[in-house]
Ligand binder design. Structure first.
Ligand SMILES: [Fe+2]
Length: 398
């Protein structure tokens, strides 16, 4: 371990005998969990907001020895093609039925993050399948989680007893500390994308999970059909007599179910507006109480790109996860085109220029996005830049 560190952290300006002695000292001190060095922290990269560096960060093993420490926590741009990954859902469902297991799913691993179960340093993504008759035990955990429904219908998630039927394009939230369960009473499999702020909570050592004890009385409240929709599902109107918060955390949305049909209707109703040059026709899923992001850590949105539309380049200190709900096109990230179509999932890391293109001349494209910008805004580190159509770099409002 010491030798490995020495090879990446060693000061090449030191005479060889001093370098060797430093290495020997570090070997000796290793049991004390300290590291001796003669160099200051070097920048891990060129300041992202200066110049026009479109080169993605090197993989850790390719990192220059002047970097201190190796940039092992830097996500890479990546796209998971649905046609390639979906078959594995059906295979796992065949070989490991839910009646004998807890989940039938796979997790997405960002190739830049050294095998960690995460797509960015704040976001974990799983894709799950529930076959007819499947039912997962009720549980709760501190990470916020969501489901983006990719199959057409069937299946459900219960949130504090509220039943949310899962239909394509729906976003179902299970905020921090809400009791939730999943199942499928229909005759077709249901497939969805789970998104969690798990890696962030992991870094903070703030994860715990409880499972309902099926042999005892339910911890969850009695089911209530459309509870959150009845209370918070009418735009601009919120009741004054119900708790604004669900679960054990604070600041999460009390509306649990954002329905795909309404998302599409809203986007299409705005399609002839000018929209945003960097995002097209974008809507945010918000906490209906105060208009903030649905989770304190992650923000969710949907965007429509008109036929042939090309957005202007943008880069941020935040990372964004995308799922193509409809259409076909590509997102150019740091000079490389990532072609997407229905259900493809991709990640745009922080600091890299990106723009979207709808390749269809006649059909809209719809992308759903999840960004960690709410977290960065709260800690004072969100920053965004765009390029004008003339190519000038401009600071964008937070
Ligand atoms: Fe869960």
């Amino acid at each position: 371990m010491a030798t490995q560190r020495a090879s990446t952290l060693a000061d090449p300006s030191l005479p060889p005998d001093v370098l060797a002695e430093m290495e020997r000292l570090n070997e000796e001190a290793a049991p004390l969990h300290i590291w001796l060095r003669t160099r200051a922290n070097a920048p891990q990269k060129t300041p992202w907001h200066r110049g026009d560096d479109e080169t993605p960060s090197p993989a850790p093993e390719e990192a220059s020895t002047v970097r201190t420490p190796p940039p092992v926590f830097r996500p890479a741009p990546h796209l998971w093609k649905w046609a390639e990954i979906e078959p594995y859902l059906h295979r796992i469902a065949e070989i490991a039925p839910l009646e004998f297991t807890e989940r039938q799913q796979f997790l997405l691993l960002n190739p830049g993050l050294g095998g960690a179960l995460r797509v960015t340093n704040t976001i974990r993504v799983a894709v799950s399948i529930y076959k007819p008759g499947d039912k997962a035990v009720n549980h709760m955990h501190t990470p916020n989680a969501s489901r983006t429904i990719l199959s057409n219908g069937g299946g459900y998630t219960t949130v504090d007893g509220e039943i949310c039927d899962a239909n394509r394009g729906d976003l179902i939230l299970t905020p921090n500390g809400t009791w939730h369960g999943h199942g499928n009473d229909s005759s077709d499999p249901v497939i969805w994308m789970d998104v969690l702020d798990w890696p962030l909570m992991e870094q903070l050592d703030c994860i715990w999970i409880e499972e309902e004890d099926a042999t005892k009385a339910s911890n969850a409240p009695a089911p209530s059909l459309d509870y959150s929709k009845r209370h918070y599902g009418s735009g601009g109107m919120v009741p004054a007599f119900t708790p604004d918060n669900r679960g054990i955390g604070e600041g999460t949305s009390p509306l649990m179910h954002y329905q795909g049909a309404e998302v599409r209707k809203t986007l299409e109703g705005l399609a002839n507006e000018e929209g945003d040059p960097y995002e097209g026709i974008q809507i945010n899923f918000t906490n209906p109480v105060d208009g903030s992001s649905v989770f304190t850590t992650l923000g969710y949105n949907a965007q429509l790109l008109r036929p042939g539309q090309t957005t202007l380049p943008c880069r941020q200190t935040a990372c964004t996860l995308y799922c193509c709900i409809e259409g076909k096109g590509y997102t150019e990230i740091a000079g490389t085109k990532y072609q997407w179509k229905k259900n493809d999932i991709f990640v745009v890391p922080n600091h890299l220029w990106r723009h979207h293109v709808n390749l269809s001349a006649s059909e809209n494209a719809i992308l759903y996005g999840v960004t960690d910008s709410p977290l960065l805004q709260k800690i004072g580190h969100f920053r965004s830049q765009g390029k004008t159509s003339a190519g000038a770099v401009v600071e964008l409002p937070n």
